[in-house]
Design a protein around this ligand. Structure first.
Ligand code: ZN
Length: 330
């Protein structure tokens, strides 16, 4: 999370530099066309410097009140002249300011309050939240899923109370993670297709995404991305980068485990990821159409597969079952 934040801050700094450079270019052009304006800016800048130095002198105990008042009058006079020049040239005074996306914080992402505190500006908060959500990689159908917004009426009556329990338990799991993200504990959620497993992962992701880095993936799709890195030399991310990202994210959400073909390639990579996360105390939430026992049976003949399922058994000490099929009543 800290890495991601510094990455975002670096990007904000870069964007800010670009806006400032564009503004400087605009001002240079303007001054070349209107030398009187340039002269006015230079003089005002000089007077401002003198005011600062006189104010510092005053702090050191020098009696400079009269000098400061004189300088302030001169500055006000220069600003009046500037205003008249702008009028004369038909220039909008707002164009003399850099074109910040947010005028409140001038794109620094921080605002200084009247009581002397630095706060994160609302624009930065919204931007960060958008970026975290993008990085979580939720598919469109579940990107709006939230615990608060879940309408349990859409679940079949016979299973509704069980579903509510699973959702409540999952939210409690998230609350604990918020307090301590270094937890080897995970969840294993199984149930038939259409029982709302992916939706629940969406709720978990959205509940935590602003507190830690979260990554959602269907393992079969992840394998496709890995294979794509072999076929393209200019691929943006290397195979190892992709694997590292999934290994190190604070919370990994692995949807629909067991639908991928259990090839040596797929199982070896998954074993590497799960093993690493287990040893580094990083939680995983897994959903599957299969129970853990069924997954063990499926992978019995394979060394890697068996290791993965046993590890998952250790990590996911909480096993939840979703029942029913949402699609039957939708
Ligand atoms: Zn702002």
């Amino acid at each position: 999370m800290r890495d991601e934040l510094s990455h975002i801050r670096n990007r904000e700094d870069e964007e800010r530099k670009i806006i400032l450079a564009e503004h400087q270019k605009y001002m240079d052009n303007l001054f070349a066309r209107q030398p009187k304006l340039k002269q006015n800016f230079d003089q005002a800048e000089e007077v401002r410097k003198q005011i600062i130095s006189a104010t510092l002198g005053k702090l050191r105990g020098q009696p400079l009140d009269e000098e400061i008042t004189g300088l302030e009058t001169r500055l006000a006079d220069l600003l009046r002249k500037r205003s008249a020049l702008l009028d004369q040239y038909g220039i909008n005074p707002a164009s003399l300011e850099p074109k910040w996306n947010c005028r409140r914080c001038q794109d620094t992402g921080m605002v200084y309050t009247a009581d002397g505190r630095y706060l994160v500006c609302a624009c930065a908060q919204a931007k960060r939240s958008r970026l975290f959500r993008q990085r979580a990689g939720l598919p469109a159908r579940i990107c709006q899923a939230t615990f608060d917004g879940t309408d349990f009426a859409i679940f079949q009556t016979a299973h509704r109370s069980q579903v509510k329990k699973v959702y409540a338990y999952s939210q409690k799991f998230c609350d604990e993670l918020r307090l301590n993200s270094d937890s080897s504990q995970g969840l294993f959620i199984h149930g038939p297709t259409g029982s709302g497993k992916s939706y629940l992962l969406g709720c978990i992701a959205n509940y935590l995404v602003e507190h830690m880095s979260v990554r959602y993936m269907v393992y079969a799709d992840f394998l496709d991305s890995l294979r794509a890195t072999f076929n393209s030399r200019d691929s943006e991310q290397s195979e190892q980068q992709l694997v590292d990202e999934v290994k190190n994210v604070d919370l990994l959400l692995l949807d629909d485990m067991g639908i991928e073909k259990p090839t040596e390639f797929s199982l070896k990579n998954l074993a590497q990821i799960i093993d690493y996360r287990y040893r580094s105390l990083k939680p995983v939430v897994v959903t599957s159409n299969f129970t853990l026992e069924e997954l063990i049976r499926r992978t019995q003949t394979d060394l890697y597969g068996e290791r993965i399922v046993w590890r998952l058994g250790e990590i996911c000490s909480n096993i939840l079952e979703l029942k029913g099929n949402l699609r039957m009543i939708l």
